[in-house]
Design a binder for this molecule. Sequence first.
Ligand code: CA
Length: 151
Amino acid sequence: MTMAKNIFITIFLGLFKGPVGKYIHVDMSQTWSEAQSYCQTKYSDLAVVNSQKDHELLVAVKTQDLSGWIGLHRDDVNVSLWKWSGEGKMRYQNWAKDQPNNYEGRQNVVRMMSSGKWNDYPQGYYLTFYCYIRNNGFGKNYLHNHISRTF
Ligand SMILES: [Ca+2]
C-alpha cells in the first residue's frame, strides 16, 4: 500500500467517532483488578467511555443505582494521567464534584457512582462492574477492510 493511501485511511478513521461498543453490567462484586480480568476473559475489557454518546449507552444498561467499576485507572508512573484499560488516554470525562481527589493517595481506579458520575476509588473495594464488547461490527475493522477493498 502506498503512503498516500495510508495517510488517507488514517485521516478517515480519525474522523470516525462511533460508539466504542456494547456495554454489559455484571452483577457480581469484585475488586477492580478481578473485574478487569473477568471482563477481559468474557468480553473485551472493563467499560471504556470515550464520548457523551458512549456515556449515554453505558447508563442505559441499568435503570437505577449505576454504581460500579469502569475501566479508567491512573498511569503507573504519572499518577495525574488517566488511561482506559486496554485503550489510550482519557478523552472524555464525567467526574463527580471535587473528584478525582486521590483521598489518602490510594485512589488509582474509577468507580461510577449511583448518579452516573465518576469518583477515583481504592481498587480493593468489592463492587459490581461494567464490561464492554469492543465494536468491530461497524468500527475501525469494518471501515479498514472496506476501504482496503475499495482501493
Ligand atoms: Ca475519590
